[in-house]
Design a protein around this ligand. Structure first.
Ligand code: ADP
Ligand code: MG
Length: 403
């Protein structure tokens, strides 16, 4: 993949006077007009700063939420422009549309080193259209605004959308530093990971993670499974799981994985105890039971203390760890210990520790850990999982083909 430095040679050594369209991922949670977690805005800053330093005229394009292909004020990026301006320490001009009069005027009036943010790209039906021609026509209009494209929205590189995919074949293009860093880490997890390599999976649904289990089973030494999805595995082993989350139609698939792991010499570590409660409620009376003693009328909402200790030991002893999916219902304090124990262990890994997945990243922050305690926290849940499933990501492959 071409980086910004590679691109520089192509466009004549610097970016002075050049309008650079940067696709960032600025899809932050909002409460009214207040950004409740500005992590993605922060993550977008280094690439924008680098372009400013190169004298570029920077036009940032991004989406927020899921508007229906037309303007919808609740999804305006205006609050994000203000936050971006604070983080950059310079004004960020906000264009009230994406490719129309205001965007065009804004693009024309930028000076070297200036930054502008275009209004939500998903206010335009062409952005996410399944119709290649409609998407292409919108990408043509985006391309008219700029001389160069930089793809830095890692959270969207698995999307075949105009501002991610089609634009890259219309302008000289490169990946930004954020996408580059994410891809480098994912490559380390799939190409030649340092061993032992442990993969920890949790979260709510087995069916969401089948592709990842499938692919990583051939790479990892140990697969540790907790969270809501573990009950389907426990059922596959013949345990009663009470009223816990259970995907009945995936029991055979889970059994298949257990058998295959056995044949391949991959060790699968499952919990030996579990925290159960009669109801899915923060103040439900919680008790710890052995895995073969889950009462019929109770549900497992976290792994138990013995399991937490065992999982943590596997994690600490590994040189490469990928973790996706909380070990329990971490949103409720009574069921957050397993997730905390695994997170804590990840911070002690002598090697590469990676947290992927939206809820997992939220969990480590909510539990009070700092991003810097982990080797890497992916900004893109869906994109990182699809990469680890071995899928082709349109926003990356289009950059490999060149323009
Ligand atoms: P990620 O976004 O990191 O990929 P998921 O979306 O797969 O993770 O799963 C996160 C959700 O799984 C959390 O909201 C958490 O409460 C839920 N969860 C974890 N363990 C359990 C459990 N035992 N029962 C029900 N839900 C669970
Ligand atoms: Mg999730």
């Amino acid at each position: 993949m071409k980086t910004i430095d590679d691109l520089l040679d192509e466009v004549g050594g610097d970016l002075k006077g050049k309008r650079v369209l940067v696709r960032s991922d600025l899809n932050v949670p909002l409460d009214g007009a207040t950004i409740t977690d500005d992590g993605r805005v922060r993550a977008s800053v280094p690439t924008i700063q680098k372009l400013i330093g190169l004298g570029a005229r920077v036009l940032v394009v991004a989406h927020l939420g899921r508007p229906k292909g037309e303007p919808d004020p609740q999804y305006s990026l205006a609050p994000v422009a203000a936050r971006l301006s604070e983080l950059l320490g310079q004004p960020v001009r906000f264009a009230a549309d994406t490719v129309d009069v205001d965007a065009q005027r804004t693009a024309a009036e930028l000076n070297d080193g200036d930054v502008a943010l275009l209004e939500n790209v998903r206010f335009n039906a062409g952005e996410t259209s399944k119709d290649d021609a409609e998407r292409g026509a919108f990408a043509d209009r985006l391309a008219e605004l700029a001389d160069v494209f930089v793809s830095d929205g890692f959270g969207v590189v698995h999307r075949k959308q105009a501002s991610v995919y089609d634009i890259a074949s219309r302008l000289p293009s490169a990946v930004g530093g954020l996408v580059q860093a994410e891809v480098e880490v994912l490559q380390r997890l799939t190409a030649s990971p340092e061993r032992p390599y442990a993969v920890v999976l949790g979260g709510s649904k087995v069916s969401d993670k089948l592709g990842v289990i499938d692919h990583l089973m051939t790479k990892a030494d140990t697969l540790v499974i907790g969270g809501g999805m573990v009950f389907t595995f426990l059922a596959a082993q013949g345990h009663g799981v009470g009223t816990s989350l259970l995907e009945q139609d995936q029991i055979d698939v889970a059994k298949g994985y257990l058998d295959r792991a056995d044949e391949m010499g991959v060790s699968i570590v499952l919990p030996t105890d579990v925290v159960v409660a009669p109801e899915f409620k923060a103040d439900a009376p919680a008790t710890t039971v052995a895995i073969d003693a889950i009462p019929d009328d109770q549900m497992g909402l976290d792994i138990g203390p013995d399991s937490s200790a065992a999982f943590a030991e596997v994690v600490r002893g590994a040189r490469t760890v990928f973790w996706n999916g909380p070990m329990g219902v971490f949103e409720m304090a009574a069921f957050s210990s397993g997730t905390r124990a695994v997170a804590e262990a990840l911070t002690q890994v002598d090697g590469l520790s990676v947290v992927g997945g939206g809820d997992s990243a939220a969990a480590v922050r909510q539990l009070g850990f700092e991003d810097s305690q982990f080797g890497h926290i992916s900004t893109g849940g869906g994109a990182s999982l699809e990469y680890l499933e071995g899928k082709t990501l349109p926003g990356l492959s289009v950059l490999e083909e060149g323009s």
